[in-house]
Design a protein around this ligand. Structure first.
Ligand code: HEC
Ligand code: HEC
Length: 301
């Protein structure tokens, strides 16, 4: 704010307050004059002889008005409001916010210190920690993984024992801290229509669905050529790439012919955002234990 605007605002504000004061004084004087002449009316007449008296405001009401003006002056002296003048209290919202955050952190430091002394498996048994973990989960993760953590197509279920990247405390911590990117390349152009049909049939056969066995046999050859590098020769997946196990009936994107065809033809690219800049390591520690507890049902909630 340039100093011209600063003075512009200061002058307008003070001028307004002075004008209000003057107006109030003016009416207070009229009041004395008016009380001498009680026949003063507004000049409006209804029903022949009904007129409205032009009485001044009651005294207590005027006094309230004067008090508000005095309040405004005191307020503007203490708090920011007059242009760039910061006020005698030197209050500002940033330091108030920082103070509050500091107080909160000090309050929670003891709690998190206790949590940090426990390893993930032990923390997953701690009721208080799991309540905190649940709150952190709802605020940060539920939009994608669902409020019950059972996921949605493209967003993995975190309650089952199927993991793209592994369900050990280290793997979960890594997923949350640095995020994950699953890259399933598109195969439509390489495999052609027949190739796609057969490899889809083979994937369905691996997961236990009944399919045309000749088609699946042809698909097996394609799989051994193009897919095993990531999904493994046995189709059980590879946590290094986040390639899912294709031999069970648990699906990230769906196990119908249409869903698998879509996956294979156009590829998939699931992204788990990194949370290291959003959550500090104390919170990630508690969240790791919370996620761990979900699939280790003997522990936590
Ligand atoms: C470069 C490694 C790589 C190759 C090669 C690869 N995939 Fe994948 N595949 C992945 C990854 C990673 C995912 C998980 C994608 C995600 O997380 O978004 C995936 C997902 C899938 C899914 C979805 C599974 C589900 O649960 O919904 C199917 C089906 C699949 N792949 C089949 C194939 C077939 C068939 C081939 C061979 C034609 C193949 N993949 C080749 C890495 C690969
Ligand atoms: C913007 C959506 C989004 C948010 C928010 C999100 N995730 Fe994810 N998360 C994903 C996706 C998508 C994947 C799967 C990545 C892939 O396909 O490779 C994933 C994967 C994971 C995995 C690995 C699962 C496995 O099977 O290995 C874990 C663990 C996880 N998320 C936990 C969390 C936690 C805890 C939070 C909250 C701090 C969170 N996620 C927030 C989208 C999200």
């Amino acid at each position: 704010m340039s100093s011209g605007w600063n003075w512009f605002i200061v002058i307008i504000t003070l001028f307004n307050i002075a004008a209000v004061w003057w107006l109030l004084r003016h009416y207070a004087k009229r009041r004395k004059a008016a009380s001498k002449d009680s026949s003063d009316t507004t000049g409006h007449v209804w029903d022949g002889d009904l007129c409205e008296y032009n009485n001044p405001l009651p005294r207590w009401w005027m006094v309230l008005f004067f008090i508000t003006v005095i309040f405004a002056l005191i307020y503007l002296a203490l708090y920011p409001g007059l242009g760039r003048f910061v006020g005698l209290y030197k209050w500002d919202q940033e330091s108030q916010y920082e103070n509050e955050v500091e107080q909160m952190e000090a309050r929670y430091a003891d709690i998190y210190n206790r949590f940090n002394k426990l390893d993930v498996a032990a923390l997953a048994q701690d009721d208080e920690a799991m309540k905190t973990g649940h709150r952190l989960y709802v605020n940060n993760c539920a939009t994608c993984h669902g409020s019950d953590a059972r996921g949605a197509p493209g967003f993995p279920n975190l309650r089952d024992s199927e993991w793209l990247y592994g369900g050990t405390p280290e793997a979960i911590r890594q997923s949350i801290t640095n995020g994950r990117t699953g890259i399933m390349t598109a195969w439509g152009a390489i495999l052609g229509e027949d190739g796609i049909k057969s490899v889809v049939a083979y994937v369905q056969q691996m997961s236990g669905q009944s399919v045309d066995s000749e088609l699946a046999a042809a698909g097996q050859k394609q799989f051994a050529t193009y897919c095993f590098a990531c999904h493994g020769a046995d189709g059980k997946g590879n946590p290094l790439f986040g390639a899912p196990d294709l031999t069970n009936d648990i699906w990230l994107y769906g196990g119908s012919t249409e869903a698998i065809t879509e996956t294979v033809v156009n590829g998939r690219n699931g992204k788990m955002p990194a949370h290291k800049d959003l959550l500090n390591s104390d919170k990630i520690h508690v969240l790791t234990a919370y996620i761990y507890s979900l699939s280790h049902q003997s522990a936590g909630q």
